[in-house]
Structure formats: C-alpha cells, structure tokens
Design a protein around this ligand. Structure first.
Ligand code: PLP
Ligand code: TYF
Length: 394
C-alpha cells in the first residue's frame, strides 16, 4: 500500500538548512530558516524560560492528561498578551495547539466546519506553509497583491482592491506583524482601512501572529490585531510562542476565536476542542506551562520582556548597519527598505540567479525568493553580505 505514495516536494526553507549544513566552506553564513540566533549563531534558551522550567521541575507532581483545549492559565495569559484590555474572555474561544502551525491548521478546519465552501484570501507572497496546508486541505486560495517588488514596500492600493472582493464566509489571512517572507508591514492607518473593508464585506479575518515582540515591541506588534478585534465581530487569531519565547521545539501556540456573543463562543469552543480530539487529543502541555509561568510571575515576565527587547534591538541594529553599508557601497538609498522592514525577515528583491551567485561565490544562504533572516547576521558578517549583494548585482 505505502508503495503507492507519491514523493512529496520538501519544504524549501527546511531543505535549505540541510544544504547549509553540508557546505564545508569556512565562514558560510546562514540566513535561511526563521530561527533567532545571537551574534555567535546560537539559539539560546531565554533566561525566564529556563527559570520557569526549573520551578516546574521542582513543583510538578504529575504528568497525567491536562485540558483538551489547553489550560486556563495559558489561555488567559495569552489572551491578555495578544489583546490587552480588549480581551473579552466571555466571548473568546481558546485552543492550545501544536505550535502556531497547529493553530493555523485548526483555524482553517474550524472555518471550513462553519462554511464548507470556504475560500481563503492570502497575501502574495505569504509563508509557504500557509499555501501548502491549504492545498493539502483542498481549500480554494485567492491571492491578494501585497508586496511591491520595486519599492519593497506594501502595495496597499492593490491589497485593498483585492481583499475588497472577499465576501461573508471567506477568510482573509493577515500577518499580524513582521510579515513573513517580506518584512513589509501595514501601518496602523492601513489596518484601519483593512478593518473598514472587512466590516463592509463581512469576511472573517484570520490573523497569524507568529512574531509578537520581534518588530516594534510587544504592544506595538499587537496593535493591528487589536484594532481588527475592536471592529470586527468575528476574528480568528493563530498565535505562536515559538519565536517570542524561543521555545520552537516545545510546539506551543494558541487559536483564539473572538465571537459576537457567548452562545457563538460556546459553539466555537466545543468545535475547537473537538478538532484537537480528532487530530491529537491533548495539546502539548510543557511549553504552554512555561509561557503561563513566565507571564503570570511579575519577576519572570519583566526579565523575559527585557531579553525580548534585547533580541529585538539587536535585529534592528543589524538592519540599520546593513542599510548603512549598502548605502555606502551603492552610493544610493535604494536599500533603505532594509531598515524600514520589521521582524526577522526582509525580502531583498533579488533574482534567483543573484541568490544562487551569493550562495555559490560567497557561501551566503538565503531562501530562493531572496528572503534573508536578519538574525543570522552579526556585525562582522553584515559587511560581507553587503558586498555580496552589490557584487551579485542586486
Ligand atoms: N506563521 C508564520 C508566518 C511563521 O513564520 C511561523 C514560523 O515558524 C509560524 C506561523 C508557525 O510557527 P510554529 O508552528 O513553529 O509555532
Ligand atoms: O519561515 C520560517 O523560516 C519559519 C520556520 O515548514 C519554519 O517560520 C519554516 C518552515 C516550516 C516550519 C517552520
């Protein structure tokens, strides 16, 4: 039977990790997979996370099953972190999931249970896994224009025109902050306009929030999500704790379904718990407990926020350094977009040939669409990358 299986195309981002590892060249630079790395190339365990784990080890007395939809302390802490004062627990259904990816998958399953004719509007480009999950589920995808390759900024007029075509029963997938793969994001004014469009056409926003705290700050990065939550009666939010808590392998995420009333919330909550049961029964506990422990302890929370700020500030400084080097080398400001982008990624706008040249001649690995992970740089490698970008003819 299994011999009938067809070979699957590997995830290009994950495949790149293997290609990088196999490259014997000294001084190779990995700007591929979206994992935070410090200046030495290490992905550290955050201080508060380690401390929370120590406390858990000392106090936990059982490994029996926990909540099917997750634990209330995690759900509440995440609701508060994402939505701030606008979090309405009474009308919000919450589901702990297997990472942010699990939250996206369950959100799409939930939406399709509610509307079998579901279509999903996605930005062009978007995180490739969005597209592959939707293709696997057989969901019709409608692309909306997003990135202007000439300016390397959001083509907002085109985006507005395209998402205006969504209608009630459709889902519009939005990146809450730190757009992956482009790094180009909506301003708050633009979020307001998006809310007005969704109010008018009745489509349901699904906000993928995988990088809260990596862009302009924890509160700032949630501002677009909060604005949508304020104005649109039904909102789905798929949040990941992988990046901002640095707990990638613990597989920690949450799906929030903001509902118009408690009756709908109860329906959504029941359907969401059912979805967990159909896929893996109980969601992972450990990462969610780490997050709840950190967020619910003033000292740990302050330390976590301080470290997250260090991480964020480090990436911003690298952006500025790279933009500066490129200004000097090119004698122009055409690379200033790198300093304007936010989050871990920037799409350079290089051709596949230029990306290949940077890999072949400079041992610099970035994703084929010319997305680079800023956190893969340090102050020594920024000049190397800048020179490669210019010599590749970008
Ligand atoms: N959404 C986006 C845009 C991402 O870049 C990621 C990346 O890791 C995720 C969701 C999901 O993350 P995870 O499943 O590792 O929590
Ligand atoms: O975009 C990235 O690099 C991260 C990590 O299937 C990732 O989001 C990449 C591919 C994938 C899962 C996670």
């Amino acid at each position: 039977m299994l011999g009938n299986l067809k070979p699957q195309a590997p995830d290009k981002i994950l495949a790149l990790m293997g290609e990088y590892r196999a490259d014997p060249r000294q001084g190779k630079i990995d700007l591929g997979v979206g994992v935070y790395k410090d200046a030495t190339g290490h992905t550290p365990i955050m201080r508060a996370v380690l401390e929370a784990e120590k406390r858990m080890l000392e106090t936990e007395t059982t490994k029996t099953y926990a909540g099917l939809a997750g634990e209330p302390d995690f759900q509440k802490a995440m609701g508060d972190m994402i939505l701030g004062a606008g979090y309405k627990a009474q009308t919000t259904a919450s589901l702990a999931t297997v990472g942010g990816t699990g939250a996206i998958r369950q959100a799409l399953e939930l939406a399709r249970m509610a509307n079998p004719d579901l279509r999903v509007f996605v930005s062009d480009p978007t995180w490739p896994n969005h597209v592959s999950i939707m293709n696997f589920m057989g969901l019709p995808i409608v692309n909306y224009r997003y990135f202007d390759n000439a300016t390397r900024a959001v083509d907002f007029d085109a985006m507005k025109a395209d998402i205006s075509a969504a209608k009630k029963g459709d889902v519009v997938l939005l990146h809450g902050c730190c757009h992956n793969p482009t790094g180009a994001n909506l301003t708050l004014e633009q979020w307001t306009e998006v809310a007005t469009i969704l109010e008018a056409n009745g489509a349901t926003p699904l906000i993928d929030l995988a990088y809260q705290g990596f862009g302009d700050g924890l509160e700032e990065d949630a501002a677009g999500t909060r604005l949508i939550a304020d104005r649109i009666p039904e909102v789905l939010i798929a949040a990941s704790c992988s990046k901002n808590f640095g707990i990638y392998r613990e597989r920690t995420g949450i799906l929030l379904a903001l509902c118009a009333d408690t009756a709908t919330r109860d329906l959504a909550q029941g359907a969401m718990a059912f979805l967990n049961r159909q896929t893996y029964s109980f969601p992972p506990f450990h990462g969610a407990k780490i997050v709840a422990t950190v967020l619910n302890d003033a000292g740990l929370r302050a330390d976590w926020q301080a470290e997250l700020e260090e991480v964020r500030g480090g990436m911003l400084r690298l952006r500025e350094q790279l933009a500066r080097e490129l200004r000097d080398l090119s004698g122009s400001d055409r690379f200033d977009f790198i300093a304007a982008h936010r989050g871990m990624f920037s799409r350079l706008g290089a051709t596949p040939e230029q990306v290949a040249k940077m890999r072949d001649e400079f041992a610099i690995y970035m994703v084929g669409d010319s997305r680079l992970n800023i956190a893969g740089l340090n102050d020594q490698t920024v000049p190397v990358l800048a020179r490669a970008i210019i010599e590749a003819g970008v």
